[in-house]
Write a protein that binds this ligand. Structure first.
Ligand SMILES: Cc1cc2nc3c(=O)[nH]c(=O)nc-3n(C[C@H](O)[C@H](O)[C@H](O)COP(=O)(O)O)c2cc1C
Length: 196
């Protein structure tokens, strides 16, 4: 029941937005991290399960710990970015359902740990996408990355919560256009779409 966004907003969120390798010196305030969460949390997840668990690495110590788990290409980006977010996923999200899906006891729907794993991955990945869109909507840029050692990140950041594992990571800041190449092609509707 919303109104379409104007062209400028569509550019900000999709058409002119890019995945950045580096950022300007403009800092990112902690209040902006809260603002991103306060938007992205409204994105839908199955049975409102909200499995994403985010760690916002802002300290030099946290960034160094994360960079040490990352590929040689990605480590310097993490060290230089104002913030790098770890998007983790909680396979025991069902324990929180009485709070977030209170009108029925949905916990038995997720009794099977293997099915929970699939659901956590699917929905936390969606939340990762909501994170990217929310950041862009707030005038920030991101650099999503899967080039890191998930097991090493889990050991370094989620040792106390073994039910949480890493999905992907993303740098965050005000993108520096000098750090990106030309836009890669995207196909027209006909290539990958079918109307049945
Ligand atoms: C889940 C995910 C993982 C990615 N992993 C990496 C990565 O490890 N290193 C990297 O430099 N870029 C990575 N990228 C960035 C993509 O290559 C980039 O988003 C894509 O080429 C499109 O670029 P654009 O958003 O600027 O159009 C990743 C993107 C996503 C969404």
């Amino acid at each position: 029941m919303g109104k379409p966004l104007d062209d400028a907003a569509l550019d900000t969120i999709f058409r002119a937005a890019r995945s950045y390798n580096g950022y300007t010196d403009q800092p990112v305030a902690e209040s902006e991290l809260h603002a991103i969460w306060d938007l992205m949390k409204w994105g839908p997840t199955s049975a409102n399960q909200l499995p994403a668990r985010l760690i916002w690495c802002v300290s030099e110590e946290a960034k160094a710990k994360l960079a040490a788990c990352s590929s040689a290409q990605n480590a310097p980006k993490i060290l230089k970015a104002p913030v790098t977010v770890i998007i983790g996923m909680d396979r025991d999200f069902h324990e929180h359902l009485p709070e977030f899906f209170p009108h029925v006891d949905a916990r038995p729907w997720f009794a099977d740990p293997a099915a929970r794993e699939v659901s956590a991955f699917r929905n936390a990945t969606l939340q990762g996408a909501y994170f990217i869109i929310a950041a862009r909507a707030l005038g920030l840029d991101t650099g999503p990355m899967s080039g890191f050692d998930n097991k090493a990140v889990d050991a370094a950041f989620f040792a106390e919560t073994p039910n949480v594992t890493s999905n992907f990571i993303a740098t965050l800041g005000h993108g520096d256009p000098a750090t990106i190449f030309g836009r890669l092609p995207r196909p027209a509707f006909e290539k990958f779409n079918t109307i049945a």
